[in-house]
Design a protein around this ligand. Structure first.
Ligand code: ADP
Ligand code: ADP
Ligand code: ZN
Ligand code: ZN
Length: 893
């Protein structure tokens, strides 16, 4: 077909795409089809689907709504592409990694909560003496609706002696009152106590209760002279002799300090610090339902609206079903009707007359009609039908175990994406391109069918569906595949194939082809025999109730189960928290320092929304460890979070190999002559770096209406260093040249330098040979970041012997099957070195390759939370009770 005919036939035509690693890509992609973009991690799939197609659609949209923004859009980064024809408007349903900022809930994202409020306002059953309410009266986020005691939070936060004084064996001088400020302000408070005659050198628990209560809970704020460094006797003498005090100090009780700081501080860090001394409990007035009494008095099908917000969507659908079928509210509500007193009935009639309404008015206001009136039943039916439609879509996508009041920050990225997908399904938009990023993430194969039918439904509604995906089942169902490769980074960036799936079988250099057509060969090796076990008992967390679990030490264990069955509750919550508590340490996250940079302040608007506000103390898993801890010295959680948030962090600095490189430069004769030390070759130190960009290589351009963009530094042209530093050469390479090397090239250049070579080799072996040493951390994909973290751990494992517990939550997300093989080899090496690895995983090839499997279920939410089967992969594959078994059996063949 020529250009014109293809366009007519409904193709998006891309010419000369060069975004990131794309190598002048020309490709025609059909519209109104399910198109899957495949290729190894880092090959350029996202650069094509999101970086080029979606970005261009977005740019065109922006331009059409705001032509004056043209110049700004240009600077903000037009995708690097010559031409795109036939591109419809696009909606991206991307997975949000990292911390979501929106304080929203399942109910608000899907807009189901607002429909429910309408249902209650219009068709709810009101107590006889209560006036009808508006929809807003049923929202905890409005002043009209919120519970007056907890202000709509559902929880109240208080402090106790135990929460503010965690270790009563300490003295006040030793900071027993942990809740007080830590720096000089805390010292000030301790000095004031001395002036007030309290002994700050006896253990807290030996102080009289009255004294302890006063120090913690008083609202008095006496101002007294402070003699810094004096003891009680010296202070007494000083006052007697009318000595000049160091200063006058005002006392604040610990409770007053904590609550006041939490309520008024502008700093999120401060809020977070004091929040750890608060204990939350369910609000006694609204019982956690967050609404005022009048709103909770209104019922539908026998439930108040708060109860509906808290129940799993699956159950909510059943509550609404009778009404949606025109059978009224169903349940107890029906038999309540005949008992209505004559008096009430008369009042109803009186109300209708007062409102000027009658059965014959043209547009009856059903809010004022009698409860069982035909009008009301029909209104309820319409509202309930619409709600049920939305609920069934969500349930179909495997989300029936969620509740409306679940805070979205507690959802996994995969759950969040499916939530947004479900919302789109009801939107009746058409002629749009939906661009999705690995929608199968977090989904058990048993739920995969529903996802595919949702994608097919979007297509049937008249849309194009472009999906970046690694899941073989999704590839098989595609109308069209775009395979990008052949490898990653500079070795990728080409479209190897674009056409119906079957045709990929002919493409020799496609990595995808091997897995799509060779039956996804399993990875077989001898299963390790567990010697000792890490045993947990009485685990309580979310849907886990009194669960006992055993993880074999020195083995690779995968935890499986349908979405919502309780895998994360068991592994990334209970196991992590209990082991961390046992080690008396916090969890060793594989992040660098700037991960812990203060987060932006939380506005009042944010902090009052839903439960689970991050600044408030979170409930923890309970349970106990009864065996195996003697073999665990360290706990590491490896995730896909970025390894740094600024371009200052990169592969070379994160892995530590840059330190060794800088030493080599400092040891050259030229450097010695100028007395340049290793610090000179750091772009984070003033001596050697470029002054203009302070070593960033880029300068930030502030834009008026758009996020700021980086542009190359005009002085050093992106090299990050000043001219004197660049003049120093090691084997003909400047320090900037070294940062420009790929890992592969660096392996050759540093072949004789073991300190540099060792970390490089690990990176090369795990398939990251294509990355440049100076590639900013911000430009790495989640999968790349995860592998770099693992590589760093592997190096450590080489130097120190075993005894570490590694926990990973769905590490195959974003990884092509060939990358998964590499990841498995890495994990295997960690286990070989004497460590224990526990994964949450849906990829059955990985499950089949592990030593031990723990399958959760049988279903999701209340229908799950149990260990259905555990054993070797072969044993679990035979379990009758396990929903994972059939898929695992298939992968084991
Ligand atoms: P995929 O989606 O196939 O995993 P990507 O399109 O994300 O691959 O990445 C392709 C290549 O482009 C990788 O080498 C990656 O490191 C690089 N890359 C990704 N994002 C950026 C960026 N913002 N700037 C520069 N390079 C990038
Ligand atoms: P999985 O990891 O198997 O998908 P989870 O452990 O995330 O399952 O969830 C198990 C159950 O616990 C689900 O019903 C889920 O809704 C609930 N749950 C998980 N995390 C939270 C949370 N932070 N707050 C409230 N409920 C939660
Ligand atoms: Zn309340
Ligand atoms: Zn510069």
């Amino acid at each position: 077909m020529n250009h014109a005919t293809r366009q007519q036939a409904g193709f998006v035509q891309v010419r000369g795409a060069r975004e990131h690693n794309l190598r002048d890509v020309n490709v025609d992609i059909p519209r109104d089809a399910l198109v899957v973009f495949t290729g190894v991690s880092g090959s350029g799939k996202s650069s094509l689907a999101f970086g080029t197609l979606y970005a261009e659609a977005q740019r065109r949209y922006l331009e059409s709504v705001a032509p004056y923004a043209r110049r700004l859009i240009d600077q903000a980064g037009v995708p690097d592409v010559d031409q795109i024809d036939g591109l419809p408007p696009a909606v991206a349903l991307q997975q949000q990694r990292g911390t979501p900022t929106a304080r929203s809930s399942v109910g608000t994202v899907t807009q189901i909560s607002s429909s429910l409020r309408m249902l209650y306002s219009r068709t709810g059953r009101y107590p006889a003496d209560q006036p009808m309410l508006y929809a807003e009266d049923f929202s905890p986020n409005t002043p009209q609706g919120a519970c007056p005691q907890c202000h709509g939070l559902g929880r109240i936060y208080e402090v106790t002696e135990q929460s503010m004084v965690p270790d009563p064996s300490l003295t006040i001088r030793e900071k027993a009152v942990a809740a007080w400020p830590s720096a000089w302000q805390g010292q000030n408070l301790r000095d004031i106590l001395t002036t007030l005659g309290h002994d700050i050198d006896v253990p807290w628990r030996d102080l009289p209760q009255a004294t302890r209560d006063w120090i913690l809970f008083t609202d008095e704020t006496p101002t007294v002279p402070v003699y810094a460094g004096f003891n009680i006797a010296e202070v007494k003498r000083a006052i007697k002799q009318q000595q000049q005090p160091s200063y006058m100090g005002t006392f604040t009780g610990a409770r007053r300090y904590v609550l006041h700081t939490f309520a008024t501080s502008q700093s999120a860090m401060m809020k977070k610090r004091v929040a750890q001394f608060m204990v939350g409990s369910v609000c006694p007035l609204c019982e956690g339902k967050r609404l005022k009494r009048e709103a909770l008095a209104v019922t539908f099908a026998g439930y108040d609206i708060g109860a509906l917000q808290q129940m799993p969507l699956k159950q909510l659908a059943e509550v609404l079903r009778p009404a949606a079928q025109g059978r009224g509210e169903g349940g107890q509500a029906q038999d309540a009707a005949p008992t209505r007193s004559k008096q009430q009935h008369q009042r109803h009639i009186a109300e209708r007359v007062a409102a000027g309404g009658s059965a014959h008015t043209a547009a009856p206001d059903v809010r004022r009609t009698a409860h069982d009136s035909q009008e009301k039943v029909i209104a309820a039916q319409r509202l309930a039908q619409a709600l049920l439609g939305k609920l069934e879509t969500l349930i179909g996508l495997g989300l029936g175990y969620l509740a409306l009041d679940r805070a979205t920050p507690t959802l996994s990225p995969g759950e969040m994406q499916r939530l947004r997908l479900a919302t789109q399904l009801g939107s009746q938009l058409f002629g749009v391109v939906y661009v999705l990023d690995e929608p199968s993430a977090g989904l058990h194969p048993a739920d995969g069918e529903a996802l595919l039918s949702a994608l097919q439904r979007l297509k049937a509604e008249g849309n194009s569906v472009f999906v970046v995906e690694h899941d073989i089942a999704t590839m098989r169902q595609a109308d069209w595949l775009v395979d990008v490769g052949p490898a990653a980074g500079e070795l990728g960036g080409q479209v190897l194939y674009s056409g119906p799936p079957a045709g990929l079988a002919q493409i020799e250099n496609s990595q995808t082809r091997r897995y799509l057509f060779d039956g996804g060969r399993g990875i077989s090796r001898a299963v390790r025999e567990p010697e000792a076990w890490l045993r947990l008992e009485q685990i309580e967390r979310n849907n886990l109730q009194n669960v006992a679990a055993a993880f074999p030490l020195g083995c690779l264990t995968t935890v499986t189960g349908v979405s919502g069955s309780g895998k994360s509750s068991l592994v990334t919550q209970a196991l992590l928290q209990l082991v961390a508590a046992h080690l008396g340490s916090s969890i060793d996250e594989t992040d660098d320092a700037d991960e812990h940079a203060p987060s932006p302040p939380v506005s009042d608007e944010d902090s009052r929304d839903v439960a689970g506000v991050p600044t408030l103390p979170e409930a923890r898993a309970s349970g106990r460890i009864v065996a195996g801890m003697e073999q665990i010295k360290r706990l590491v959680q490896v995730d896909q979070k970025p390894i740094g948030r600024t371009p200052r962090s990169n592969l070379a600095t994160y892995t530590g190999l840059f330190d060794a490189v800088r030493k080599l430069f400092a040891a050259t004769p030229a450097a010695r002559k100028h007395r340049y030390d290793a610090g000179r070759f750091s772009f984070n130190v003033a001596k050697g770096r470029c002054e203009t960009c302070e070593g960033e290589g880029f300068v930030m351009v502030e834009l008026l209406f758009l996020p700021s963009v980086y542009s190359p530094c005009p002085t050093c042209h992106g090299t990050r260093y000043n001219a004197d530093t660049l003049a120093i050469k090691w084997h003909d390479l400047s320090i900037a040249d070294v940062l420009g090397l790929t890992v592969d090239a660096a392996c050759a250049a540093f072949a004789d330098e073991p300190a540099v070579l060792r970390p490089l080799q690990v990176l090369r072996d795990i398939g990251l040979g294509y990355l440049r040493l100076g590639q900013p951390a911000t430009e790495l994909s989640g999968g790349e970041a995860q592998r770099i973290k693992l590589a760093t751990e592997l190096q450590r494992a080489g130097s120190q012997r075993g005894s570490t517990l590694y926990v990973l939550d769905e590490p195959t997300t974003g990884l092509h099957p060939s990358d998964v093989d590499r990841l498995l080899a890495q994990l295997d090496a960690l286990v070989q070195a004497g460590n224990t690895v526990v994964l949450v995983e849906h990829d059955m090839r990985v499950v089949a390759a592990s030593d031990w499997v723990i399958d959760m279920g049988p279903g999701a939410g209340d229908e799950g939370g149990q260990i259905v089967a555990s054993g070797t992969p072969a044993e679990v594959a035979k379990s009758r009770a396990s929903r994972t078994a059939p898929w695992l059996a298939e992968a084991l063949q």
